[in-house]
Design a protein around this ligand. Structure first.
Ligand SMILES: Cc1cc2nc3c(=O)[nH]c(=O)nc-3n(C[C@H](O)[C@H](O)[C@H](O)COP(=O)(O)OP(=O)(O)OC[C@H]3O[C@@H](n4cnc5c(N)ncnc54)[C@H](O)[C@@H]3O)c2cc1C
Length: 432
């Protein structure tokens, strides 16, 4: 048996397995299903990979979707910018922020099935079938160390929730995401970010599907708000009503995408290309000692699961895989409490900032919207450099959290870029 066991063949598990393989450390990957079964599953998410994750994919030589051209556009396929359409109380803000290098959004079923085949074709060992908590005693005696990246079944119970790191006990958004035809891409090709406080957000993402280049619409809906209509009908029960509900919601609350939408062509690719649900953001302690005395660790969503509002989960899962991989390669002398503590700290340094930034925006884009976010977006609409930095730093969430971690930080950042900050001046001069 290989020295490392990895449970879960999502992005976290696969990037760790491929990282160790590249660095000459054997790993067995326990994947729930075969690549063929993965390809036929329901759409699991609509995750964008920013340039940081794309760089890691190039390092792992799994950048299979680089360099595709888009008919009718100059840019290669990907997310070159954000097109912001923000319905703030005092009027709409429409502006663009460019990325230094494009992100990309590819169907995760395509990514994980292909990467699992890559790992196996390069000599990696794969065991197919679900793992349960009661299997771990056996697994940990077969490997020097076991890393878990699978958040279903009773595996989550091993890692205690840390409410001090993430206070939510219920979802902050309802999620309705799906793959559509009948919407063309904006120019330059990029993600449309529509947001209306109290209603929710819509991400329009150029998306590479099993059928080629289409559009993903990810609705993030405020619970109790008018967007709940999108959760009422399941497309497998009544596809037409579901699609009519989407069109009606766009017309009433987020009309910008309609400029590129052909109503005769508009529709979902298939009912299994739609996902409706909700996530309670949760942070868990990423290590645990089993009854047999062996230590195990968690990475990816099993460690920290965030609402997809800022599109960070896959990117953080990939980053966590690399942090874990480096720890194993560089100082895996013993997989004991010291190893777990040290690695957990390094994981949290990144994941903690992602979680804080994500939770901050979940709470700021309500009614009334948070003053720092309003001030920042007003400035970004006027100042392209500010818009570009914010957009590009989706690939560097720690840098974006540096800007928002306090009102003082946001104000100083904006002033350094020559922006007036009357809203924050007022908030900061008030007695607190
Ligand atoms: C609608 C939506 C949109 C999103 N958008 C973005 C985005 O734009 N950008 C971004 O970065 N992130 C985004 N995310 C988040 C992202 O999808 C997740 O954070 C990411 O997939 C986590 O990867 P993971 O490997 O940790 O977990 P998962 O992807 O959940 O993978 C876990 C794997 O473990 C397997 N498994 C489960 N249970 C068991 C078991 N008992 N035994 C063995 N295997 C098991 C599963 O089959 C799966 O393969 C989005 C999520 C959603 C829902």
């Amino acid at each position: 048996m290989e020295p490392i066991g990895i449970v879960g063949g999502g992005l976290a598990g696969l990037h760790l397995a491929l990282y160790l393989q590249k660095n000459g450390i054997g790993a067995t990957l326990y994947a729930e299903t075969t690549p063929d079964v993965q390809r036929k599953k329901r759409l699991p998410n609509t995750a964008s990979h920013w340039r940081n994750t794309r760089e890691r994919e190039r390092y792992l030589a799994v950048n299979h979707w680089d360099g595709m051209t888009v008919p009718g556009h100059d840019e290669e396929f990907g997310n070159h910018c954000f097109h912001f359409y923000l319905g703030l109380p005092d009027g709409a803000l429409i502006f663009r922020g460019d990325h230094q290098a494009p992100g990309i959004t590819v169907d995760q079923r395509l990514i994980t099935s292909t990467l699992l085949e890559d790992f196996e074709n390069r000599g990696g060992q794969v065991v197919v079938g679900p793992v349960q908590a009661e299997d771990l005693d056996g697994l940990t005696t077969r490997h020097d160390f076991v890393v878990l990246s699978a958040g279903r079944g009773n595996l989550t119970e091993i890692f205690p929730r840390l409410p001090e790191h993430c206070p939510f006990t219920q979802p902050q958004r309802l999620i309705c995401t799906g793959l559509y035809h009948g919407i063309s891409y904006p120019d330059p090709v990029g993600v449309g970010l529509n947001a209306v406080p109290g209603v929710g957000e819509l991400f329009e993402m150029p998306f590479f599907t099993f059928e080629g280049m289409k559009m993903a619409l990810l609705f993030e809906l405020v619970p109790g708000g008018p967007g709940e209509v999108l959760m009422e009908t399941r497309p497998e029960e009544d596809q037409k009503t579901f699609e009519q509900n989407v069109l009606g919601f766009l017309r009433e609350f987020m009309p910008k995408p309609l400029e590129r939408l052909d109503p005769n062509e508009f529709g979902i690719l298939s009912p299994s290309d739609v996902l409706q649900g909700a996530i309670t953001p949760t942070v868990r302690r990423p290590y645990a000692q089993l009854d047999n005395g062996r230590w195990v660790m968690a990475i990816g969503d099993l460690h920290c699961v965030n609402d997809p509002l800022l599109g960070q989960g896959s990117n953080a899962a990939s980053q966590a895989a690399f942090i874990m991989g480096e720890a194993i390669v560089r100082d895996g002398l013993a997989y004991d409490e010291r190893f777990c503590h040290g690695t957990a700290e390094r994981l949290w340094q990144y994941a903690g900032d992602v979680t804080a930034w994500n939770n901050y925006f979940l709470q700021s884009f309500q009614i009334p919207p948070g003053p720092a976010v309003v001030q920042f977006l007003l400035a970004a609409a006027e100042n392209k450099t500010v818009a570009d930095i914010f957009s590009d730093q989706f690939a560097d969430p720690q840098a974006n959290w540096n800007i928002f971690a306090s009102f003082e930080r946001t104000r100083t950042f904006l002033q350094r870029h020559g922006c007036a900050t009357p809203i924050l001046d007022q908030v900061l001069s008030a007695p607190r």
